[in-house]
Design a protein around this ligand. Structure first.
Ligand SMILES: NC(=O)c1ccc[n+]([C@@H]2O[C@H](COP(=O)([O-])OP(=O)(O)OC[C@H]3O[C@@H](n4cnc5c(N)ncnc54)[C@H](OP(=O)(O)O)[C@@H]3O)[C@@H](O)[C@H]2O)c1
Length: 278
């Protein structure tokens, strides 16, 4: 199965569907990622804090797929946002994965109270110049944080990876990202398999369309112009999640899903204006 690609504003291409790797660690993690690669996934989403950059790198090396067909992402943790620490951490991330470059590297959380994300961004810009990272982006950034990056450095991220699922659809953030040419990426796109998967409206649409609720959700995200990165340890679910390119949702179904969002719909109330992660 072939996953289509989208164009980033820095000129690189990115798969329209990725593979989440949070909690996929060690030998078992490598096995699951290798299976996903065999199924056609090319974008693997890792982070320094997931402690699985090594497993991701190993899965890449074990596969027959050439390196330049992969799209490997990692993220800078909050505790490493000082410029020198960020520079070192990017090098450590590469070392752990035994890769020469990342396709995408993100600032994991803005941590606005800490007030160091501009320094961190400068380190990503410099790492990009050194060829250690192809594309640079952010995660969990609100418009105000991106405006600060723009004002202080003149360099915009190409991706903003945020919590996004039917209970928290990020309408305003998506509109802002789009206005800046930034592609929004969805973390926990399936709401971490919580009660979102049993919502009656989604079940009804699933029945109408003839695909499962997770497939409906991922297709809704694709049609919103968002890149979902579902994590699945299950062979069957890995395949099912790629079938979203086999069908489409009509406007009516899209609108019904759009109404499910709630102001307090975040899974763990992690509002980036307040919540900080290190
Ligand atoms: N930037 C950030 O701050 C941030 C935060 C959280 C997550 N992330 C990234 O986003 C990725 C995805 O988010 P997530 O792992 O939190 O949650 P998720 O992808 O929304 O949900 C994962 C859960 O959904 C289940 N699932 C997957 N496909 C399914 C299907 N077709 N049918 C039924 N169940 C299915 C999985 O079970 P099985 O394994 O059994 O299939 C797993 O329990 C992470 O792995 C990580 O890479 C980033």
């Amino acid at each position: 199965m072939k996953i289509p690609k989208l164009q980033l504003q820095d000129g690189y291409e990115i798969p329209a569907l990725g593979f989440g790797t949070y909690t996929l660690n060690g030998h078992e993690g490598v096995k699951i990622m290798s299976q996903a690669i065999e199924q056609g996934y090319r974008m693997l989403d890792s982070a320094f804090n997931y402690e699985n950059e090594g497993a991701v790198g190993q899965a890449v090396r074990l596969s027959d797929v050439p390196r330049d067909e992969f799209f490997i992402t990692s993220k800078l943790p909050g505790r490493r946002q000082r410029y020198e620490q960020a520079v070192q951490t990017i090098e450590e991330s590469l070392f752990r994965a035994q890769l020469n470059y990342y396709d995408l590297y993100l600032i994991h959380w803005p941590n606005p109270k800490q007030g160091l994300f501009v320094e961190a961004w400068q380190a990503l810009i410099d790492a990009q110049k050194k060829g250690q990272i192809k594309s640079i982006g952010v995660s969990n950034f609100l418009p105000e944080h991106i405006e600060t990056l723009k004002k202080e450095t003149g360099v915009l991220p190409v991706i903003n990876q945020v919590e996004l699922h039917p209970f928290f659809n990020q309408e305003k953030q998506r509109a802002y990202d789009q206005s800046q040419g930034i592609i929004t990426m969805a973390w926990s796109p399936l709401g971490r398999a919580s009660d979102v998967l049993t919502h009656p409206v989604l079940q009804q649409i699933a029945q109408e369309v003839g695909y499962s609720v997770p497939q409906i959700i991922l297709r809704w995200q694709v049609q919103l112009g968002v890149i979902p990165i579902p994590k699945s340890a299950s062979h069957q679910n890995q395949i099912a999640n790629q079938e979203v390119f086999d069908f489409s949702l009509n406007d009516n179904a899209m609108q019904r899903i759009n109404t499910l969002t709630k102001a307090d719909g975040r899974l763990k109330n992690q509002d980036p204006a307040i919540y900080e992660e290190f």
